[in-house]
Design a binder for this molecule. Structure first.
Ligand code: MG
Length: 172
């Protein structure tokens, strides 16, 4: 049985996933960037589906729960809240637990808008929020091929995996 005293690599992986409904009228807040678009995401906070997936991936890798536990939607203080602020708080908890971020890789599922031209701005904003170089941040975009909630522009989704390393293991 694995436990303290067993050799480990000091690496921890986490996964995050999120979905938000879309409604008419822009702008679309995605990855901490305000994008010109004719639809916007609905949610208790600012409904930034990508930042929510990143937040959950980081928390999951450190086994610190999830975004819903940290920022309950029953708390009025979280109404309309900036998801970048929530990500910073979660990232600080991950750092306080003794981890630093190696890299993250993300997928945004959206029929529109076309995200390729917007990826550099989103990567840069994520790099600023996480305090890591943009070269350690992967952003991919997929349409729904016209199928399902994503393809019919009823929903936007995002996934993220995050790799953390134990600060203690790198100090040895
Ligand atoms: Mg969410």
């Amino acid at each position: 049985m694995l436990g303290e005293g067993c050799a480990t690599t000091g690496l921890r992986i986490g996964i995050g996933h999120d979905t938000h409904r879309l409604e008419a009228g822009g702008p679309l807040i995605l990855g901490g960037v305000c994008l010109t678009h004719d639809r916007h995401a609905i949610g208790h906070s600012d409904a930034d589906v990508l930042l929510h997936a990143v937040t959950d991936a980081l928390l999951g890798a450190a086994a610190l729960g999830d975004i819903g536990e940290l920022f309950p939607d029953t708390d009025p203080a979280n109404g309309g809240r900036d998801s970048g602020e929530m990500l910073l708080i979660a990232a600080q908890q991950v750092a306080d637990a003794g981890f630093r971020i190696v890299n993250i890789d993300c997928i945004v599922f959206a029929q529109r808008p076309r995200l390729t031209p917007r990826k550099p701005a989103i990567r840069q904003r994520l790099a600023e929020l996480l305090g890591i170089p943009p070269e350690r941040i992967g952003i991919k975009a997929k349409t729904g091929e016209g199928l399902g909630p994503v393809g019919t522009e009823v929903a936007i989704e995002a996934q993220c995996v995050a790799l953390l390393e134990s600060v203690a293991s790198t100090a040895e």
